[in-house]
Ligand binder design. Sequence first.
Ligand code: NAD
Length: 257
Amino acid sequence: MFSLQNKTAIVTGGASGIGLAICRAFVQAGAHVHVLDRSMDNPETLFTAISHNAGGVSLHAVDVTDQADVQRVIGEIAGEGPVHILVNNAGIAHIGNAETTTEADFDRVFSVNVKGVYNCLNAILPHMRAAGGGVILNMASIAATLGLNDRFAYSMSKGAVLSMTLSVAKDYLPHNIRCNCISPARVHTPFVDGFIAKNYAGKEAEMFDKLAKAQPIGRMGTPDEIAALALYLCSDEAGFVTGCDYPIDGGVVRLST
Ligand code: NAD
């Protein structure tokens, strides 16, 4: 429905889950997508999933916490032509409260979820300004505004993503750069399956059901549902939308009792 014909996009964390679904949707809409991910264990799967579609895809093995590498890769991509869209999607989760979260946990979560986003913003913004505009979409979470149980560092880090979104939206309004974020509740991705397998061996079905029922709508979201919103927000049809945080949460924020 929404076209990204002749657009170039960068998607971080695009090799799995929500990021992979966003890459697929963007390529189907006509964009050429540069995937930045630290894990390219299975690039052929990624290619098979999306390369037969219109826009095409390029893979870059990059850890978003490495500022020099992020600057180098984004500089090279921007050197080939304008980058119209950046999706800061790469993120990691962590379980723990303010007592059980160690300094190392804190630093690890913040280095990916906060500094990783900053690194990509810092690298792309001069190029978007020089090109006369662009669109940035950050992946926050309902944790940013709700503060989830036992997700101390994660919730804080996503709060920072929301703040960065607002700050960039304000600073770059005069440069024709829109910046928004999406705040999903639980979405069924490889991360969720890995979490259940690691922490609830033998009770996988029960835990899956519990996580699904945590959303008033009675199920988890799908990566494709998040990707559909991402596609709209990054398209020209969303030209009036900036500085916004979109919950996509099966009713968690407004309908939970
Ligand atoms: P996922 O684990 O399936 O995919 C995350 C991707 O990010 C992976 O490909 C991973 O290799 C990559 N990545 C992680 N650290 C990186 C780094 N330092 N540099 C480069 N790439 C890195 O996760 P997902 O569930 O698809 O989550 C994607 C985003 O959505 C995250 O920011 C997450 O916090 C957010 N989110 C997820 C959910 C959910 O329930 N799945 C809910 C709300 C928000």
